[in-house]
Design a protein around this ligand. Structure first.
Ligand code: SF4
Ligand SMILES: [Zn+2]
Length: 338
């Protein structure tokens, strides 16, 4: 069965209130070299068109979307969430899809979101698939927002990884085009790359993330390394339950960050569910310490990881070697235990 079909079949549509946004919270981020509060808003839309057609192998966002969301529903979500603004100078807007897809967020609603957020925050970050971005989107957005950042999910620059592991058909070419448009218009670019999509060994995924970071560097102001976490109803979830997938080690995140320090772009990582079985994790004893160090590094508060150690670093090396010996991306521990 083809990967595109399998990814789609894992999904189960659920009913959600189209007038309720998905989530909002505040986290730390860097703005003009300073650590500030960043406001995150996740609007509920009809979701990513690619997820509806097939979707990326690790993406469970589609499980949070509503079947249809009218423009008036989205405006209601906006009005509700605006009341939650405190004084955060930066806002990150996600839709579990693509902000610049006219079918997902109609232009009138998009302009209203940008104008309300542009009035309240110095910097606005919005996410979209690269091939959906147009010059007029950027020009209109910059009428409302002083500082605009376009976040693009590139995931990898290896065509084979994109096609056979991520199930995505757009790559560096589309990314470079979108980044060029964004920069010409006066916006900055954040590039998301994956660490450990399914079917790659730990070592292959580390090397893929490092190579992809170097390829994406000329087209990025920030590169965010996203260690895959196991989201429900995905191919990754199916493999995880069978012992054939383990999220990346935090030591692998550290190696990627250390080996991309030569880049011009700011490289960072905020692992989701760090230290949990379904997120990037180590042995359990050192997870909090290593995750904190990754966060500090990402906020420019530390330069290296030389002071960090744990007995599990040797286990991580053995794990990487065992996968190479087994010629399999399966989890060697799970294979031995079951
Ligand atoms: S990862 Fe992004 S592009 Fe891929 S299916 Fe999910 S929302 Fe769509
Ligand atoms: Zn440890």
């Amino acid at each position: 069965m083809r990967l595109q079909q399998v990814v789609k079949e894992e999904r189960r549509p659920r009913d959600f209130d189209p007038r309720a946004y998905i989530s909002t919270w505040t986290e730390k981020d860097l703005l003009h070299g300073k650590v500030v509060d960043a406001w995150v808003i996740i609007f509920r839309t009809r979701g990513c068109y690619w997820a509806r057609a097939s979707g990326c192998s690790m993406c469970g966002y589609v499980n949070d979307v509503a079947q249809e969301v009218a423009p008036s529903d989205l405006l209601h979500q906006l009005d509700t969430v605006l009341a939650r603004h405190e004084s955060q100078p930066m806002v990150k807007v996600y839709t579990s899809g693509n902000f610049f897809d006219d079918h997902e967020v109609v232009p009138e609603v998009r302009n209203r979101i940008l104008s309300e957020l542009g009035d309240r925050c110095d910097k606005v970050i919005v996410e979209t698939l690269s091939h959906l971005l147009r010059r007029n989107h950027l020009e209109q957005a910059l009428e409302h927002v002083d500082e605009l950042e376009i976040a693009l999910g590139l995931e990898s620059t290896d065509e084979r990884v994109l096609r056979y592991a991520v199930n995505k058909v757009w790559g560096l070419k589309e990314h470079a085009q979108a980044a060029g448009l964004a920069r010409e218009a006066g916006a900055t670019v954040k590039t998301y790359l994956l660490l450990k999509p399914p079917f790659l060994t730990e070592r292959e995924s580390i090397e893929d993330a490092i190579r992809s970071s170097h390829d994406a560097d000329p087209h990025s102001d920030t590169i965010s390394i996203n260690p895959v976490n196991v989201q429900s109803r995905t191919i990754v979830d199916r493999l995880f339950r069978r012992g054939e997938y383990r999220p990346p080690w935090l030591w692998s995140v550290v190696e990627v960050l250390e080996r991309t320090r030569d880049l011009r772009a700011h490289v960072k990582s905020h692992p989701t569910a760090a230290g949990m079985a379904r997120g990037a994790h180590n042995c359990g004893k050192c997870d909090r310490r290593i995750a904190n160090a990754i966060e500090e590094f990402s906020l420019g508060l530390r330069r290296d990881f030389d002071d960090l150690s744990c007995d599990c670093k040797g286990v991580w090396r053995a794990y990487v070697a065992a996968q190479e010996f087994m010629l399999s991306p399966a989890d060697p521990f799970a294979t031995l235990e079951t």
